[in-house]
Design a protein around this ligand. Structure first.
Ligand code: NAD
Length: 423
């Protein structure tokens, strides 16, 4: 594997997880594998200083990043994360997974990601706006509707996208709705975007259930992370007759083998900012969350959560990766040995970027679709992409993750080869 000199990389960290996933796909790429090094290097990585004046008059500096991993198939696309643990390494891995995801679903994008190393819970709204605007200005060099289009990720939302759109528009001197997706509807946002990633997790869950002769109704679901992705997925599973038996977020873990009432859960998370105090569920130890018997386990928080040690204990049939990179390669191997099917992030959570693509198309056309049209198109695109990945896995007798990488990396490297190397 290639060591990049400009970034310290942790041995069990997300970039090495990604590199191992790339190694596993190489035997299936045929002559295109001569371009493999393209996958192991981000095309461009920008590190920016984000200084702001705090409400108390002090000055603080935050580190910001935007990485464009690969632009062979189109402009960059990927979220922006605000989190105190954000590093360049993490953003590189997340950008690389976006390259693979966009190609796996056949969206006309490359892969990118951004982040600011900040705990937004410690900032006032004014300070959060300043961080967002200064960060956007600093990365304004490389983003744009035909260059790289950010979107929400952990701890960022429609309001932050609105500030990003406004800042970029002020800097270029024209209203530019297509520069970010996940915007509020009044600013050219798309119906269905907020819940699209969770909807995608559910749609893919239904697809895999059909192939494994499982039923959604009556099945048990355990979810880690009850933010944008986890809560929307939980609502759809519950709405289709599944039982949410265990939930964990940063405030704690809860369980009820008979099923947690979804409306109470959503209301608690909205009121308290977390699920720990949800009535009608028992508070459990955080580690005990991974022991909850279920048919579907949905990691929807951060990367690296489903460790090999936890993989040996989980009592599930299917893992639906709502989060990006929740399962390191050694855990993948444990789950495979145990006969547990892992549906990888690059297809399972692709609903968000798919509706982001719809939003961008609608913005460029200034012509907007109904929510029904959006959901029908979303389900069709995801189901078609999943079918292709499933068939590839069957054909080569490989896990779904490697199959998704085969489909995606073939598209990425074929584009690379056809474009040729500049100059
Ligand atoms: P979010 O900020 O809305 O929610 C994150 C959730 O994770 C919260 O419930 C938080 O409490 C929980 N969490 C954080 N740290 C935790 C910990 N140590 N243990 C347990 N729970 C913890 O973020 P989101 O947008 O829902 O993103 C969640 C995951 O899904 C991320 O991996 C993200 O990259 C991925 N994802 C998001 C989108 C999207 O459209 N938002 C799209 C694709 C993938």
């Amino acid at each position: 594997m290639t060591a990049l000199s400009f970034v310290p990389v942790s041995s069990g960290g997300p970039w090495n997880t990604y590199l191992t996933q790339v190694e596993r796909v190489l035997p299936y790429l045929g002559p295109l594998s001569r371009w493999a090094e393209t996958l192991r290097r981000p095309k461009r990585a920008l590190v920016v200083d984000v200084p702001i004046e705090m409400d108390d008059g002090s000055i603080r500096h935050f580190e910001g990043f935007r990485v464009q991993h690969n632009l062979s198939r189109g402009p960059g696309k990927g979220g922006v994360r605000f989190h105190p643990a954000v590093t360049l390494e993490e953003v590189m891995a997340l950008a690389a997974w976006m390259t693979v995801k966009n190609a796996a679903v056949n969206l006309p994008y490359g892969g990118a990601k951004g982040g600011v190393r900040v705990d937004p819970r410690e900032l006032s709204r004014r300070e959060l706006e300043k961080v967002t605007r200064r960060y956007t200005s600093e990365i304004g060099l490389i983003i744009g509707p035909d260059k790289d289009i950010p979107a929400p990720d952990v701890n960022t939302n429609g309001q932050i996208m609105a500030w990003m759109m406004d800042t970029y528009s002020m800097n270029v001197g024209a209203a530019s709705t297509g520069v970010v997706t996940g915007k509020p509807i009044a600013l050219g946002g798309s119906l269905g975007r907020v819940k699209a990633t969770g909807r995608g997790v559910f749609v893919i869950g239904r697809e895999i259930a059909r192939r494994l002769q499982m039923q959604i109704a009556g099945s048990r679901v355990a979810i880690q992370g009850f933010g944008n992705v986890g809560s929307a997925a939980a609502e759809l599973f519950a709405g289709n007759g599944a039982k949410i038996v265990a939930v964990q977020d940063h405030t704690g873990s809860i369980a009820n083998p008979a099923g947690i009432d979804i409306a109470t859960l959503v209301a608690t998370a909205q009121r308290d900012g977390g699920v720990a105090g949800c009535p009608g569920a028992e508070r459990i130890d955080d580690e005990a969350f991974w022991d909850a018997p279920c048919e579907f386990l949905v990691p929807a928080a951060l990367e690296g959560q489903l460790t090999a040690e936890r993989a040996r204990r989980v009592q599930t049939r299917v893992v639906l990766e709502g989060a990006n990179g929740p399962t390191p390669p050694d855990a993948d191997d444990v789950l495979a040995e145990r006969g547990i099917t892992v549906v990888p992030d690059v297809i399972c959570n692709a609903g968000g970027v798919t509706v982001s693509y719809f939003e961008w198309v609608q913005d460029l056309q200034s012509f907007f679709w109904s929510e029904d049209e959006i959901n029908v198109r979303l389900e069709r695109i995801l189901a078609d992409a999943f079918r292709r990945i499933w068939e590839t896995a069957q054909e080569h007798h490989i896990p779904l993750r490697t199959a998704a990488f085969v489909v995606a990396c073939t598209r990425i490297l074929a584009a690379r080869e056809e474009r040729g190397l500049y100059p």
